[in-house]
Design a protein around this ligand. Structure first.
Ligand code: FAD
Length: 829
């Protein structure tokens, strides 16, 4: 009887044994496994640590006895194969109990998997530093977690196992840090996509140390001090090492089988090693990269299981072959799901491919299902393709719902040789609870097609990071959305007013247009290019993607608010002595950004000061938006709450005067206890205007609300540089021509000397790194200094609203006096 020996009894090995028995009842099958269990759910281990998978037995998919009874496989656990003698076709075995013997084979299958790396970092041998790979590892970690003194954990490595462990240890009640040497977690996705994960991990209260490797561990007896390359020391009661794997190929190496540089067993598409009697499958082998055809190593359960089946087919004499691995993967990372297939952009760049020529990338945000059906949640999709051949190189998706089926659709398309244009044509199942008539995958195809056909151009996600000088950043969202979160230097022209306000934009300057998620920006793009604007790009994914990819800049907006409910579930009064508060309920479920904010904006106008509103939304961005919106509109956010897919905010109309000013940037709106500063800028002299902005910025930096009231000659500082097309009388036009147009045209009050003095002053300021007036104005606006142009003076001097720089409010003396009353300093300059 032909004898098949399989080494390794989990994913690949167990699949191979079961399939082989189904195909051939007459062969003898012996399965050696060095551990105590076979065919267990290693992918489920992290979830048992977090008690999400409650029963340990649920992880054990097959016992040796059941495998024997069901499949007539001779399963020998606790039996390590220590060597292979290819000449005599035997393997040597050492049992855990100590017994040693040899066994012959006709055909050998190696499915020895991989093992977690444990590099020789000083102190790594501490008993508090664990890896998770087997059921016994899980038992050890679970026992540690249960111990009272273990309250903190550090996970080294931000790959999928590290992240799953971080999430589950957090779930188990530990305070968790993640330490990752690279600038990002989850290497299969590109950096900007990983920022969505970083944002969510931080929101879950897990401390992320990125770009920082471990230099040493020190076990202090009670915990471990982890020293990072940056000098930071992280203290943790337990440490999980999840920094990668190495193939278990020592057996193969010692037997003289061919290995690659990374120690992976070289095998053909028939899964044969350099020995025709030995197959190798799973994590231990190198495979063809399905996208580019070269060799790679991808340790995943799907490929291992399929290779087990194919090896069985081939042993049983069937035709089959393994055609490569795409690396399709999916992982739950706290509230998000991250998935990828094929190559990412980092790989394309590493391979020397050039964006715009050899590859293109599109990033879109789409709902998981029809927006009007409750529970629709945004998905961010990135697709990489070749603009010449339409070949799809890869895709990445991050979202809360429906990520897996979209990545599988794209993976299937790639696997079947489909092109990016095929994504438009895929006919995908649709009903409102599941998808949209144009599924996100179809939408990715449409956008890719538009890009290829020159109907749209995209900016890079980081195009605004270095400098936006000379670029008009155009925000086409509604005012209420801008109040919630904005880019300080962006010009706001809502899409529905864009056609009538095109003359406010400079055709000679490049424009980057954005909205909330990208759809309105695309419409704006089309309007602009059809009106002669040549250099326009859409910011991909809009403000939502900008906030996530730059989340550290918006962290103030992400602060945790207290729970709104008391122990009985009633809405808690902010003053503990009072009865629970009554709130007016506003249901915004099913509305997508900016819907909930607009609805809040409308409804709050009908409330009296002090009344409380409880807003329910399904848009996950809502809580971030409403926090900032309240701060910027002078309303009070009492608390926020997340209940599975429902986001609830409790807010009171008007300000809570007992709370201190929280954010300088918003200080103009948050009124405080009369510690505001008001400045009347009457002069149009450069030095005086400079002085007023320096004072204003200083006060704003101290968290004081600042109002600058520009009147008469001071208004010149606020004029736009370019002449604006506005209706004026003859005298108004004459007056306008005589007055300096904008901050750059202002002159010194003394020593102007025909402009020489002013030029000298500007040079000295530059040399000494003193901010120019223009940057002082921008900083003031970014800090939330309220800049008001006096409407009466504008009238007298014939200055029109359109001539003033963006961000200036118009107001009369009443507006100024209102702010002056709440100030303790009032300057006239
Ligand atoms: P394994 O399944 O690891 O089996 C190899 C077996 O060989 C081991 O049991 C080992 O004890 C045994 N062995 C090794 N040497 C010898 C020897 N000399 N003698 C006898 N026995 C030996 N993949 C995914 O696709 N999705 C996931 O969500 C996912 N989650 C994971 C979570 C965790 C915690 C872990 C550890 C892995 C996860 N993986 C996941 C990876 C996946 O489990 C592996 O890719 C897959 O199990 C590889 O299959 P394999 O047969 O090559 O090796």
């Amino acid at each position: 009887m032909k004898k098949i020996v399989i080494i390794g009894g989990v994913a690949g090995g167990a699949s191979c044994a079961a399939r082989l028995r189904r195909l051939d009842n007459d062969v003898e099958i012996i399965l050696f496994e060095r551990g105590p269990y076979i065919s267990y759910a290693n992918c489920g281990l992290p979830y048992h640590v977090g008690n999400v998978i409650k029963t340990r037995d649920a992880l054990l998919l097959q016992t040796p006895e059941a495998m024997h009874d069901k499949f007539n496989v001779d399963v020998r656990v606790n039996s390590e194969v220590t060597s292979i003698d290819r000449q005599n076709k035997t393997v040597s075995i050492r049992e855990t109990a100590g017994k040693e013997y040899t066994e012959t084979y006709d055909t050998l299958v190696i499915s020895t998997g991989s093992s977690p790396l444990r590099p020789p970092i000083p102190g790594i041998d501490s008993n508090r530093i664990k890896t998770l790979w087997t059921v016994p590892d899980t038992d050890t970690i679970k026992d540690m977690v249960k111990r009272e003194e273990v309250k903190t954990a550090a996970v080294i490595g931000g790959g999928f196992i590290g992240l799953e462990m971080a999430e589950n240890l957090h779930e188990a009640g530990l305070e968790v840090s993640i330490i990752e040497m690279l600038p990002q977690v989850m290497a299969p996705v590109d950096f900007e996509m990983s920022q969505l994960l970083h944002e969510n991990i931080s929101q879950n209260g897990v401390k992320l140390h990125l770009n920082d490797g471990v230099s040493s561990f020190e076990d202090t007896g009670l915990s471990v001090n982890i020293s990072l390359n940056s000098g930071t020391i992280v203290k943790a009661d337990m440490v999980i090492l999840a920094i990668g794997v190495r193939p278990n190929s020592k057996l193969a190496k010692d037997a003289g089988l061919e290995l690659n540089q990374r120690g992976g067993i070289v095998s053909s598409n028939k899964l044969l090693t350099s020995d025709p009697n030995i197959y190798a499958i799973g994590d231990v082998i190198e495979v063809d990269d399905f996208v580019f055809g070269d060799k790679t190593m991808i340790p995943l359960a799907g490929p291992a299981n399929k290779q087990g089946r194919i090896a069985a087919d081939l042993i049983a004499g069937l035709e089959d072959s393994y055609e490569g691995t795409l690396g399709t993967s999916v992982a739950k990372v706290f509230d998000l799901t991250a998935a990828a297939t094929g190559a990412n952009e980092k790989t394309l760049i590493r391979r020397g491919l050039e964006k715009g020529k050899d590859y293109e990338a599109i990033t879109i945000i789409q709902n998981s299902h029809a927006g009007y059906y409750p529970g629709a949640l945004p998905l961010t999709l990135k697709v990489l393709f070749c603009p010449k051949t339409d070949k799809i190189f890869g895709a990445q998706i991050i979202g809360r719902d429906g990520v897996d089926k979209r990545i599988d659709t794209i993976a299937t398309t790639i696997r079947l040789g489909g092109k990016v244009s095929d994504l438009c044509r895929l006919e995908l199942a649709y009903a409102p609870p599941y998808s949209s008539a144009k599924d996100p995958v179809n939408m990715a195809g449409f956008v890719a097609e538009n890009l290829k056909n020159g109907l749209v151009k995209f900016a890079n996600w980081n195009d605004l990071d270095e400098s936006h000088d000379g670029v008009t950043v155009l925000d086409v969202r509604e005012k209420s959305e801008v109040m919630a979160v904005s880019i300080s230097y962006a010009v706001n022209i809502p899409l529905n007013t864009l056609r009538s306000r095109l003359d406010e934009l400079d055709k000679t300057k490049p424009i980057i247009v954005f909205c909330a998620v990208g759809v309105r920006a695309y419409n704006a793009y089309r309007i602009l290019v059809q009106n002669g604007f040549e250099n326009v790009k859409v910011y991909p994914g809009g403000m939502r993607f900008y906030v996530s990819t730059h989340y550290t800049e918006f962290e103030d907006d992400l602060d945790e608010e207290p729970s709104p409910r008391d122990d009985t579930g009633d809405l808690r009064s902010p003053d503990d002595n009072k009865d629970p508060i009554e709130a007016i309920r506003l249901d915004c479920s099913g509305l997508q950004c900016p819907g909930p904010l607009m609805k809040v904006f409308e409804r709050i106008g009908e409330l009296n000061d002090g009344e409380v509103m409880e807003v329910h939304a399904s848009d996950p961005g809502f809580l971030t938006d409403i926090k900032a919106w309240c701060r910027r509109t002078g309303n009070t956010l009492i608390s926020t709450e997340t209940k599975s897919d429902e986001y609830i905010a409790l807010l009171r109309k008007g300000l809570d005067k007992t709370k201190p000013v929280k954010n300088n940037k918003d200080a103009n709106i948050i009124q405080s206890q009369n510690d505001g500063k008001t400045l009347i800028v009457f002069s149009g002299d450069l030095d005086k205007v400079l002085a007023s902005f320096i004072i204003a910025n200083g006060a704003a930096a101290m968290g004081r609300p600042v109002t600058m009231f520009f009147t008469f000659w001071g208004l010149n500082a606020l004029r736009k540089e370019q002449k604006q097309k506005v209706d004026k009388t003859f005298i108004e036009s004459m007056f306008g021509a005589m007055l300096p147009r904008g901050s750059k045209k202002l002159k010194l009050s003394q020593m102007n000397m025909g402009g020489m003095g002013t030029a000298m002053m500007k040079k000295i300021m530059k040399d000494k790194n003193i901010n120019s007036l223009e940057s002082l104005i921008a900083t003031a606006m970014a800090q939330g200094v309220k800049i008001v142009a006096c409407t009466m003076s504008m009238d007298v001097m014939g200055i029109k609203k359109e001539e003033l720089i963006d961000g200036v409010e118009l107001g009369g003396v009443g507006a100024y006096l209102g702010d002056a009353e709440e100030s303790n300093i009032n300057l006239f300059i």
